[in-house]
Design a protein around this ligand. Structure first.
Ligand code: ATP
Length: 266
């Protein structure tokens, strides 16, 4: 099927910003031995302006799927489109440009320990060749946005986990992306800190109109934050649905609890 037929309109009548079209990714030796298929023929459309959760048990392939969306993992099969542009067709230079429109945050924040908070937020702007005055203005704008302007001169080791994740969010926002990819952003945080980070992500979505894709294994994260969710198992998307009234439908909640229980037994 050609992507043009489904790129912009989905079943909800919304606009699709990210589309994966029959995407597969495997790991392991190419010549000998068994390759492990981690993302298995996934087609998925993420609506512009949405907060789309991807939930599944450990090893389901969630992080790998997320990483195909900015081609940190290049799929062997299928196409990836963002904003109508096919990333999988791009040469390295074009891809670098396109990636500036896709921010990413991680479970363990990935801050540079020997750089201050403002130095960390400045990194993507330095890489993009943004001039110094503009860089300083943007660093402070986004530190203010995440409520950490007063920590600009501190180092990551002086911050709490929640503050580190907010610095990582400011860094991801500095290039003014259209999309923010979040890989288990609250898994290393306690419940109270999780709430604060979820509030910041909601603010990112509402105030800056940035589409968010969030990988998690926490049902409350999906119920409190997401507008849509995809359930993932063994490399496949089992079901995608909108979140209504902040709760997962009982059948999918039961399905997920079973997956997690199986995970604990393994
Ligand atoms: N670079 C890699 N090389 C080899 N195997 C990999 C690589 N990345 C992931 N895998 C394997 O792919 C499978 C899925 O990993 P992935 O991290 O995508 O799952 P996940 O659903 O995000 O799991 P978790 O919730 O535990 O992070 C795992 O078995 C993992 O070991």
């Amino acid at each position: 099927m050609s992507c043009a037929s489904f790129l912009y309109v989905n079943i909800e009548g919304g606009v699709g910003l990210i589309s994966l079209d029959h995407v597969s990714k495997s790991f392991g030796p190419k010549k000998h031995g068994e390759r492990l298929t981690v993302v298995d023929n996934v087609s998925l459309h993420i609506e512009q302006g949405s907060i789309h959760g991807i939930i599944g048990a450990s090893g389901a392939g969630k992080s790998t799927l997320l990483r195909t969306m900015n081609l940190l993992e290049r799929p062997e099969e299928g196409q990836v489109y963002i904003g109508g542009q096919e990333l999988t067709m791009m040469r390295e230079r074009e891809l670098r440009e396109a990636r500036r429109k896709i921010g990413m945050i991680f479970q363990h924040f990935n801050l540079i320990g020997n750089r201050t908070v403002e130095g960390n937020v400045a990194i993507p702007l330095e890489l993009a060749g943004v001039k110094k005055d503009e860089r300083i203005a943007r660093v402070h704008e986004y530190l203010r946005f995440v409520g950490l302007e007063d920590k600009a001169k501190q180092y990551p080791a002086q911050l709490s986990g929640g503050q580190k994740q907010r610095v990582a969010i400011a860094r991801a926002l500095a290039n003014e992306p259209q999309v923010l990819l979040c890989d288990e952003p609250t898994s290393a945080l306690d419940p109270k800190t999780t709430s604060g980070v979820l509030e910041v992500l909601r603010h990112v979505n509402e105030a800056l109109k940035i589409t968010i894709v969030i990988v998690t294994h926490e049902v409350p994260v999906v119920e409190r934050l997401c507008t849509a969710v995809s359930f993932m198992d063994s490399g496949r998307i089992v079901r995608t649905l909108p979140i209504r009234e902040g709760s997962l439908p009982p059948d999918m909640l039961a399905w997920y609890e079973e997956q997690e229980a199986g995970d604990d037994e393994r």
